[in-house]
Design a protein around this ligand. Structure first.
Ligand SMILES: Nc1ncnc2c1ncn2[C@@H]1O[C@H](COP(=O)(O)OP(=O)(O)O)[C@@H](O)[C@H]1O
Ligand code: SF4
Ligand SMILES: [Mg+2]
Length: 325
């Protein structure tokens, strides 16, 4: 988890809304964070809090036409991705940015061999044409620890196990030597051993290449193992951001506190779905003040009047909560 200095990715005040018949759903509502070279940022929060939409907004893949990025900036190496054309974004996705999803089958095309799919991605990179490209594909498969890659390259996805498919997706993801990889619940469907190997693999790749990773997960065990910093999302907003140890030792936001309490043992390697009393607010009917107020045991008058500003609670540790002022 070596870290460089300059941010590779900077997300500033990102807003992604859905325009539905019943109203405007604020799926991502003013999210800001940055990511350094070689850094891993974990993103946690209950289902529906805007984690995937934040990722898809960065990737330029917000579901159309209902979804729309209505504000903010996504700076990748200083260039604003929100100003790019769809064709430019497609190019950037092949080369600088990539995303791994929960179900590897959604990222793989069942009618092409894994070799073809790898080569396709490799071809996107200028200079990566002609002879030698198949060897490069085999090399990538062996890099993700697929045994007998020369034979496996001719396999169709359905001829592989789930864990193997997820590793192929990993190989495709790194084929373009991206700067930023976003893993959205990417290991949820894997059993514990395969998951561990996959995480290990991601870390090795990161050490080799200086890749920056955004790791979306509901598993605090993974956060502890993989991440340098953690962002906590609630109702479309980032409510706390802290170095991983700091977050575990001194959670500042009452929501983070509740999240941690809902996980019996941080070192346990099982999938935990959070269970906090009450429901998150509907994103088209957000309260005026703090969105957590209806569930917060500490709520006081100011909380229902005004959205809390960012409070610095430690080194590189911020939280949006009035009680911390
Ligand atoms: N196609 C859609 N139409 C309307 N609202 C949507 C759509 N997709 C997602 N949303 C809204 O965006 C919110 C955030 O979704 P998402 O980012 O997928 O959450 P998470 O990944 O944290 O579980 C959801 O709670 C939902 O209200
Ligand atoms: S601002 Fe108020 S309601 Fe919101 S988390 Fe802090 S104490 Fe709770
Ligand atoms: Mg999601």
């Amino acid at each position: 988890m070596a870290q460089g200095h300059a941010p590779v990715l900077e997300v500033q005040d990102l807003r992604t809304y859905f325009y539905t018949r019943t109203g405007v759903v604020k799926a991502v509502d003013g999210v800001s964070f940055s990511l350094k070279e070689g850094e891993t940022l974990g993103v946690v929060g209950e289902s529906g809090s805007g984690k995937s939409m934040t990722a898809l907004s960065i990737m330029g893949l917000v579901p159309q036409p209902a979804g729309k990025i209505v504000g903010g900036k996504v700076l990748l190496e200083g260039e604003d991705l929100l100003q790019k054309t769809p064709a430019e974004m497609q190019h950037i996705r092949g080369q600088k940015l990539c995303m791994i999803l929960q179900d590897p089958m959604t990222s793989l095309n069942p009618v092409y061999t894994v070799g073809n799919q790898l080569i396709e991605t490799l071809r996107l990179k200028p200079g990566n044409r002609g002879r030698g490209i198949k060897e490069r594909a085999i090399e990538l498969l062996s890099k993700v620890k697929i045994a007998a890659p020369e034979a496996r390259i001719g396999n169709y996805p359905h001829q592989m196990s789930g864990g193997m498919r997820q590793r192929v997706v990993g190989a495709i993801a790194i084929a373009g030597a991206p700067k930023v990889l976003i893993a959205d619940e990417a290991t949820t469907s894997l059993d514990a051993t395969i998951q561990y190997q996959y995480l290990q693999l991601l870390r090795e790749l990161q050490e080799d290449t200086g890749l920056s990773i955004i790791f979306i997960t509901h598993d605090f065990g993974i956060v502890a193992k993989m991440c340098d910093r953690v962002a906590v999302m609630y109702a479309g907003r980032l409510v706390e951001l802290a170095p991983v140890r700091e977050l575990f030792n001194k959670p500042a936001h009452p929501y983070t506190e509740a999240l941690m309490r809902s996980v019996p043992n941080v070192d346990e390697e099982v999938d935990h779905l959070y269970a906090i009393e009450g429901q998150p607010p509907a994103l088209d009917k957000l309260p005026t003040g703090c969105s957590f107020a209806p569930r917060c045991p500490y709520a006081f008058e100011r909380c229902v009047q005004e959205y809390p500003s960012s409070v610095t609670v430690g080194e590189s540790h911020y939280a949006h909560c009035w009680k911390l002022l």
